[in-house]
Design a protein. Sequence first.
Length: 329
Amino acid sequence: MDFGRHAWLLDEWSAEFNSYLKNAISGDHEILTTWPSHLVRKANYAWDIPEFCSVKAAPLVTFRRSLAMRRLAANGARRQNVMEDFDRRSAEALSAKLAHNVTTMTVWQNFLPFLHLDKTLGGREYDVLMCRAPRHFLHETLDCAKAHYPESTTLNDFRSSSLLVEAEAAALTAARRIVTPHAQLARLYPEKTTLLAWDTTKPNRRRTGERIGFLGPTIGRRGAYVVRETMRLLGRPLIVIGKNLESENFWQGMQVEQRFFEGDWLHEIGVLLAPAITEFRPRLILEALARGTTVIATEACGLPPRDGLVLVDPYDPAALADCLQKAHV
């Protein structure tokens, strides 16, 4: 058997990474994925895998992960711990299926620290599909936010172990190439990062609403505190989209309408506030922009400057208020 095969270790589908795979894959590549989408199609694992590729899957771990997630709250330390544990299990299951003649790899980021610790990456060159902030960067970001808002009940609810933080950082440093659509994260390793374009559609209509919305849920990392300070400064009503995961009386004394992500969630909203401290999948921001809604966000959204998008400091309510006034709502 010839040596020098390339393996792709994949988890949940995204349009950006799927396009990258289709353009980069060639020859006798091996695909290892957490769901056999070539046999049983599921939208969130629907990778476009060429027929000439060898495909191996670890669906049992994915099935168990799906069951476990249904029993957990949408946020919180417990959910994050369980997700991290299933990343470990998936990494182990896929690693066990690697052909011995694989010398280069493209690795889903969530698997990275576990493959580093079990020596799967040793002696191999590899690229990383960066789908979220590295743990060391995320911890620094959340620690900074907690210092700004020590009263938050959520900003300090989860941290990975130092072992995983260090393992991921070491694996990223040793990677040959990092691939991501996230503009902010691309700047962490600029000398070896390939920046992908986000999958977008052109605006299909003009803004029709004149109300202000907050892209929640109400949680510290989504920028809830700076939005609250801003709206108090302006004395304006606000549509809050998503559940309240901070204190029960978080919006007390303010004119707030709660809305959920159902139906036309952007109805009457002319400006959407999305000053998140962390944001890895800006799909709803892209949807709002495509509908002609002005979005005020932070660089954490991962999008480069474009029409309709205004980027602000996540800790500056005065700047956010100024942007709102300039938006004429």
